[in-house]
Design a binder for this molecule. Structure first.
Ligand code: DC
Length: 223
């Protein structure tokens, strides 16, 4: 089973995807981490964030070890990731890595859940289930600030502006913009706690599984 979870920053994609992975025994791939790992290397080496060829060369060297650094979670790295993500050749390279990781599924995993911006539209257009997770910019900014306070970080005063700016860049880039796939289930988490959002997402997938096992039964003439 392949599940695509897309949506803007702070909508709850990561937590929802991890809950789905745990509930349905799936491998979890956070594709944003790959863009973040590349952005982090570029920032550390003082690279020009618009220089596509140099960024692609670094992207080719990324390994799973590069995805482990806690610094990748910093807002500054997320914003830089959004900037390099507008470059088509960078996206192509990261899409290649993502497809390779998603094909490395071994037991006990029964499939994969990927979270990102273009999973349902570009990376896995044939995913079994596509969920597009949203929440209002204000709710997402509040969640990010609460998360910073919880983890002992200094809350940033302009979080709402950063979220809006990142949405704008992710949604309007020419290559693989952040848009729901036509066959995605839209899921607004603004009014939900994270536990409620995870339960609803599990219910969406369980419903899909039950409908599909019914179709299979009827196709096999068992009903
Ligand atoms: O999900 P995230 O906040 O970790 O992602 C950081 C940035 O990476 C995001 O603003 C845009 C980019 N990204 C992307 O363009 N496509 C993806 N599949 C995942 C992330």
């Amino acid at each position: 089973m392949i599940i695509a979870v897309d949506g803007p920053a702070g909508a709850g994609k990561g937590t929802i995807s991890r809950a789905l992975a745990q509930h349905f025994s799936l491998k979890y791939i956070d594709t944003g981490l790959m863009y973040r790992a590349l952005a982090y290397k570029a920032l550390a080496e003082g690279m020009d964030l618009t220089h596509e060829d140099s960024l692609v060369s670094v992207a080719k060297t990324l390994t799973t070890n590069d995805l482990q650094l806690p610094e990748l979670r910093m807002e500054e790295v997320g914003n830089a990731a959004s900037k390099i993500a507008v470059l088509p050749a960078v996206r192509e390279q990261i899409t290649l890595h993502t497809r390779r990781f998603s094909q490395e599924i071994v037991l006990p995993y029964r499939g994969v859940v990927l979270d990102g911006r273009d999973i349902g539209t570009v990376v896995c257009p044939d995913a079994d289930i596509k969920i597009f997770v949203t929440a209002t910019p204000m709710v997402r900014a509040e969640r990010r600030l609460a998360e910073m306070v919880r983890s002992g970080k200094q809350p940033q005063p302009n979080m709402l502006e950063q979220i809006i700016e990142r949405d704008q860049r992710d949604q309007t880039r020419t290559t693989s913009p952040l848009v729901p796939a036509v066959d995605a289930t839209l899921f607004d988490t603004s009014e939900l706690t994270i536990q409620e959002a995870c339960q609803r997402a599990v219910a969406i997938v369980a419903e899909y599984q039950s409908v599909n096992s019914e179709c299979l039964k009827s196709a096999n003439g068992c009903r």
